[in-house]
Each structure stands twice: as C-alpha cells, then as structure tokens.
Design a protein around this ligand. Structure first.
Ligand SMILES: [Zn+2]
Length: 69
C-alpha cells in the first residue's frame, strides 16, 4: 500500500503531517492514516466503493475522511 502525504491533516500527538493510503477490500477500501514521526496515530476507516468511479476519487474521499478524523 502506497501512502500519500495529507495536505492539511496533522497528528494529534506531535503535529506532524499525516500520511494516508487505501487498501483494496473488494467492495471498498480500508482507509489507513498514520504519523511517520511518532507512529502512534494509526486510524482505520472503511470506504465503500459505491458511487466511486476510480481510485483517484477514492483518494479524494479518503482525504476528507482523514481530515475529519
Ligand atoms: Zn505524531
């Protein structure tokens, strides 16, 4: 899984930028975010593929999910 650096979300622990990525689960993606500074803040959410056309759109949705926590 390739992680992308989130443009605006920061770690609650240390304030460093969060990284996020998608793991294909067939009918959707697992959204994982982590801090590469303190490694404490790992968040997993689920993003259903319904109404999502391609991976670029999935990354846009994931970005919003990570943003809002
Ligand atoms: Zn951190």
């Amino acid at each position: 899984m390739q992680l992308r650096r989130h443009p605006s979300a920061n770690c609650e622990c240390c304030g460093a930028s969060l990284w996020f990525g998608l793991k294909d689960e067939g009918k959707g993606w697992k959204v994982v975010s982590e801090c590469r500074n303190c490694w404490r803040d790992v968040l997993v959410q689920y993003l259903p593929s319904q109404n999502i056309d391609d991976e670029d759109e999935a990354y846009e949705r994931a970005e919003l999910m990570v943003q809002s926590g």
